[in-house]
Each structure stands twice: as structure tokens, then as C-alpha cells.
Design a binder for this molecule. Structure first.
Ligand SMILES: [Zn+2]
Length: 201
């Protein structure tokens, strides 16, 4: 279980607001968005000002909501470019970013700027694409984050811990939105077995 970091105290003992970055990453069906919502809801209960952004590309469920698979949702703002977040974040204390793998690479610097200005930044995203390669800006975000939580799904084939998002339909496009009809969570062994079988066809 992730323990929320506390606000720091300066050497003189006075309270100061230091920002930081948390990354929640993993495969599809690993509960990334549920974990984001858990952390954000706790901040909201504490009376903190929270803003949530997601790439405009991800409109699977609803334009205005970050919606996890269990339909527990918080309103969010779809943005076209990572840069827009700096303007929109305003004076909020906590910034949530969902589906960060779809943001352009500017998102890494944007997150740094947000944290440097004293905000808590919580980022979720797929760390690997359907071919098992690092996804978009995620490696950069993981590198600059103070806290990284990798969550896992369960392999649909064998029940082991799943680290990969296996695409069930033939398409080489990196961005392909979908849920259970398009992807399944698989462990390393079952992911490799599936990819090898595909190559024989
Ligand atoms: Zn497996």
C-alpha cells in the first residue's frame, strides 16, 4: 500500500510546500486508474484543491470524467497538448494525470514544472505498449518521479502476475483504444507464447 508523503518542514521548522511526482504504472486491467482515484479522493476529503487532466485522445467512456473500470469517477479535463496543463492547473495543490502514455514528450518537463512550483503530481499510464516496448513519455516520467508504484493485473491464460497488455486483434497501430474485446493482461511467458504464435501465421 502506498503511504502518502507528508509536507516537508524547513530547517527552521516552518512549514513549506514542496512538490513531488508520483507515477502509477502497469499493464491494462492492473488498477492504475483505481489507485489514482483512491489517492485523489483522499486529497479531496482533506480539502485539497484537485485538478485532473487526460489526453483528449482517450474518450472511451466519457469526455469529462476519469472513469476507472469500476465506474468510480472524478471529473477531468481533456487536453490536446501537454503544455495546456500548465495554464489550466492554476493554483490547485494536487494534479492528477490519467493515461499519460498518450501525452506528447513535453509532459515530462511539464510535470517537473508543476512539482517545482509546489504541487503534488500523480501520473498514471501504461508503461509498455502492446508490443512490450516502453510507451511514449512513461520512461521519462518514471525517471523524474520521487515515487513509482508498479501495479499488476492477473494473466488471463495462467493466473500468474501479468505485466503485459496483449492485443487480441491484428493491428500494428500503437494507439488503439479498447477494452476487454481488444486487449488482455498476460504474464511474460503467455505474452511471448502469443506473440510467437502470431508470427507463424
Ligand atoms: Zn500467463
Amino acid at each position: 500500500m502506498f503511504i502518502e508523503p507528508k509536507m516537508g518542514k524547513s530547517r527552521t521548522g516552518t512549514e513549506h510546500r514542496g512538490g513531488w511526482i508520483e507515477v502509477i504504472c502497469g499493464s491494462m486491467f492492473s488498477g492504475k486508474t483505481e489507485e489514482l482515484l483512491r489517492r485523489l479522493n483522499r486529497a479531496i476529503i482533506a480539502g485539497q484543491n484537485v485538478e485532473i487532466f487526460k489526453p483528449a485522445i482517450d474518450t472511451r467512456y466519457h469526455d469529462q470524467n476519469v472513469v476507472s473500470h469500476n465506474a468510480n469517477s472524478i471529473r477531468s479535463t481533456p487536453v490536446q497538448f501537454a503544455n495546456d496543463i500548465l495554464l489550466l492547473a492554476g493554483d490547485c495543490e494536487v494534479v492528477g494525470l490519467d493515461e499519460a502514455q498518450f501525452f506528447d514528450t513535453d509532459i515530462v518537463e511539464i510535470c517537473n514544472k508543476l512539482a517545482n512550483s509546489g504541487k503534488r503530481v500523480i501520473v498514471t499510464g501504461l508503461d509498455m505498449d502492446f508490443s512490450g516496448r516502453p510507451f511514449g513519455p512513461m520512461p521519462g516520467l518514471i525517471a523524474i518521479a520521487e515515487y513509482v508504484t508498479k501495479v499488476h493485473a492477473i494473466c488471463i491464460k495462467c493466473g500468474d502476475i501479468a505485466n503485459y497488455s496483449y492485443r487480441k486483434v491484428a493491428s500494428q497501430s500503437k494507439v488503439m483504444l479498447g477494452e476487454k474485446d481488444t486487449y488482455e493482461a498476460r504474464c511474460r511467458r503467455c505474452f511471448n507464447k502469443g506473440s510467437a504464435a502470431e508470427q507463424k501465421i
